[in-house]
Write a protein that binds this ligand. Structure first.
Ligand SMILES: NC(=O)c1ccc[n+]([C@@H]2O[C@H](COP(=O)([O-])OP(=O)(O)OC[C@H]3O[C@@H](n4cnc5c(N)ncnc54)[C@H](OP(=O)(O)O)[C@@H]3O)[C@@H](O)[C@H]2O)c1
Length: 315
């Protein structure tokens, strides 16, 4: 059968042979891509996170994705350092986790990443957790605009706040924790990026948010390379919409769906990806959307995002 095919092909003009070869190579490449995606998404074994250390630190742990990470990491047997801005919410989350996972040790730190004393707060926390082998760091805290706005409409206070939380906070926490990981020669750092800066070529009317997430992406990639030989796995996770308080505010997402998972569903996949690729979108529904975006021209995606932004600004 195959030999008949070859004999038939040999009788064809050169341009048909070239086109067939290109078609075959493209099919081969796409099949490998699809098989790899199926394996990574549904069959790859999660890493044993306890090998990195017995404690995990999660920022923005009182709601949404950060809270879901806290539960999942407790389930994996890690002790938790929860960092967020509201003490009573931190205590509530602690009670909820202790009720479900009574063996989990939990330390809480109230730090407002938009406040003037982030460095002092982080230094204090660093002193308090000295000696703990923090093996996993989830840099989850992140904020965005209260609503869609052109760049010139955004109050300086709003975007400075955004830069402080998304850029300064993440960098300072990483700086504070990575030294211990270097000394122990092991660790996993997950920085939560966003499709806003990676999946689509632009995110109009949320420009500063997308720009801060672009920073997170590049910081992660560089640290991934810098610290690999210290045994530290740095990763940027790129969620698309996840049904949380933030998504409800910016995109009126009120309930989860197949392509917009709940925070818990997202984190189930997210925890399984820790320690692998430098950049990934762990939830399967998000990777399908990413792939669809990758085959569309940038101009189409730009126009689509701009119309969404303008509609949200009006609404
Ligand atoms: N949800 C999405 O669709 C989506 C998509 C892509 C990327 N992301 C990224 O995922 C991460 C988590 O988002 P989310 O949707 O889970 O957000 P969320 O539901 O709004 O939760 C944010 C968490 O961060 C805390 N936080 C906010 N401002 C803070 C500050 N100044 N200091 C300390 N803690 C602060 C919040 O504390 P309180 O409980 O006190 O409010 C809360 O625990 C963010 O980095 C976001 O950019 C989200």
């Amino acid at each position: 059968m195959l030999s008949t095919c070859f004999i038939h092909l040999k009788t064809q003009p050169w341009w048909i042979i070239t086109l067939s070869l290109l078609g075959f190579l493209s099919l081969f490449k796409n099949s490998i891509f699809l098989l790899k995606w199926i394996f990574i998404t549904f069959f790859r074994k999660p890493k044993n996170l306890k090998k990195y250390g017995t404690w995990a630190l999660i920022t923005g742990s009182t709601d949404g994705i950060g809270k879901a990470f806290s539960f999942q990491l407790a389930k994996k047997g890690l002790n938790l350092i929860l960092v967020s801005r509201n003490l009573s919410k931190l205590k509530n989350v602690t009670r909820e986790i202790e009720a479900k996972y009574p063996n989990t040790r939990i330390k809480i730190f109230e730090i407002d990443f938009s406040g003037p004393n982030i460095s002092a707060g982080i230094l204090e926390m660093k002193e308090a957790i000295k000696g703990l082998d923090v093996g996993v760091l989830i840099n989850n805290v992140g904020v965005t605009y209260p609503s869609a706005m052109f760049f010139h409409e955004v109050d300086e206070e709003i975007w400075m706040n955004l830069v402080r939380v998304n850029v300064e906070g993440t960098s300072l926490i990483t700086r504070g924790i990575i030294e211990g990981m270097v000394a122990r020669r092991k660790g996993a750092i997950v920085n939560i990026g966003s499709g806003a800066s990676i999946v689509t070529p632009s995110h109009p009317l949320y420009a500063v948010y997308a720009a801060t997430k672009g920073y997170i992406d590049q910081l992660s990639r560089c640290l991934y390379v810098e610290y690999k030989h210290y045994g530290i796995d740095v990763q940027c996770q790129v969620p698309l919409y996840v049904s949380t308080k933030m998504a409800s505010k910016v995109a009126s997402v009120e309930k989860p769906s197949v392509f917009i998972p709940s925070a818990e569903k997202y984190v189930e996949s997210a925890v399984g990806s820790i320690g692998y690729e430098a950049r990934c979108t762990p939830y399967w529904g998000h990777s399908i959307q990413w792939w669809l975006a990758s085959i569309l021209p940038d101009a189409v995606l730009d126009a689509w995002r701009l119309s969404i932004g303008i509609n949200r600004r009006r609404g």
